[in-house]
Design a protein around this ligand. Structure first.
Ligand code: CP
Ligand code: NVA
Length: 290
């Protein structure tokens, strides 16, 4: 967490605009981007499918070309990752992934910063993901090995992460010499791990599967009992929003839970793309890799 008074904001983005396209709801991604961009002197424009023509009577290609002339950067939260790729192909300005069905990279930047601040160093930590093989996990899988972090993944059968992402994560863990394990037993994942992480069992767009998912994820809730086999310094992360079935109140509101610092760090990480503080070194390193 960076106390604001210690932080000198340089209006690097004065005169610049960011087009923020949100096909899905958001609290953190929207607020961190709007407030972060404004703090650096820029103008954020929040656009939902209810407000703009995209997807109704204007194609993604045409929208990408129009926004390239009107804004300086786009952050897009989309259902399908292919929509982001299409935007990226047809826009001449940078596109930031504000969450897709495949990845959530801006979340992981905040998570890594939170762990860096808490533990002082990331190298050698073991992170246990206990839950759904989803977009947030995929972004961890693409980044942790490069930062020297071991990863244990426990998912119920049928909810494993994407096969291509898994293959790339296995390649990265070999290259960087980290451990990577795929399990179905949450207790084994938690054992000796420093960081226990989960996310919703029902991601946005999966609402119709809710009943089945709640049944299939039975036994995956993070509790103090799960923490009892973890490393003595264990902490808890969750990107939020959170439901009690994934993690009980005792863990969620305990001092081991870093979730509110993690949420605040969304703001610092979204805007640290220029050398404003010493944390930029970490950000630059992560940004190169994700
Ligand atoms: N964690 C996260 O991305 O939250 P929002 O959906 O509120 O943006
Ligand atoms: N996996 C969740 C993350 C929400 C921030 C989702 O995609 O809905």
């Amino acid at each position: 967490m960076l106390p604001e008074q210690k932080f000198k904001y340089v209006p690097l983005l004065q005169g610049k605009s960011i087009a923020m396209i949100f096909e899905k709801r958001s609290t953190r991604t929207r607020m961190s981007t709007e407030t972060g961009f404004s703090l650096l002197g820029g103008h954020p424009c929040f656009l939902t499918p209810q407000d703009i023509h995209l997807g109704i009577n204007e194609s993604t290609t045409d929208t990408a070309r129009v926004l390239s002339g009107l804004a300086d950067i786009v952050l897009a939260r989309v259902y399908s990752h292919s929509s982001l790729e299409l935007l990226d192909k047809d826009a001449s300005i940078p596109i930031i992934n504000g969450l897709s069905d495949l990845y959530h990279p801006v979340q992981i930047l905040a998570d890594l910063l939170t762990l860096q601040e808490h533990y002082g160093s990331l190298k050698g930590l073991t992170l246990a993901w206990i839950g759904d093989g989803n977009n947030v996990l995929h972004s961890f899988m693409m980044s942790l090995a490069k930062l020297g972090v071991n990863l244990k993944v426990a998912t119920p059968k049928g909810y494993e992460p994407d096969a291509n992402v898994t293959q790339e994560a296995q390649r990265l863990s070999k290259q960087f010499g980290t451990k990577l394990q795929f399990l179905t037993d949450p207790v084994e994942a938690a054992r000796d791990s420093n960081v226990l992480v989960t996310d919703t069992w029902v991601s946005m767009g999966q609402e119709e599967e809710k009943k089945k998912r709640l049944k299939d994820f039975h036994g995956y809730q993070i509790t103090m009992q799960a923490g009892s086999v973890a490393a003595p310094d264990w902490t808890f992360l969750h990107c939020l929003p959170r439901k009690a079935e994934e993690v009980d109140d005792e863990v969620f509101y305990s001092p081991r839970s870093l979730v509110f610092t993690e949420a605040e760090n969304r703001k610092w990480t979204i805007m640290m793309s220029e050398p404003l503080s010493q944390k930029n070194a970490l950000f630059t390193a992560m940004n190169r890799f994700i």
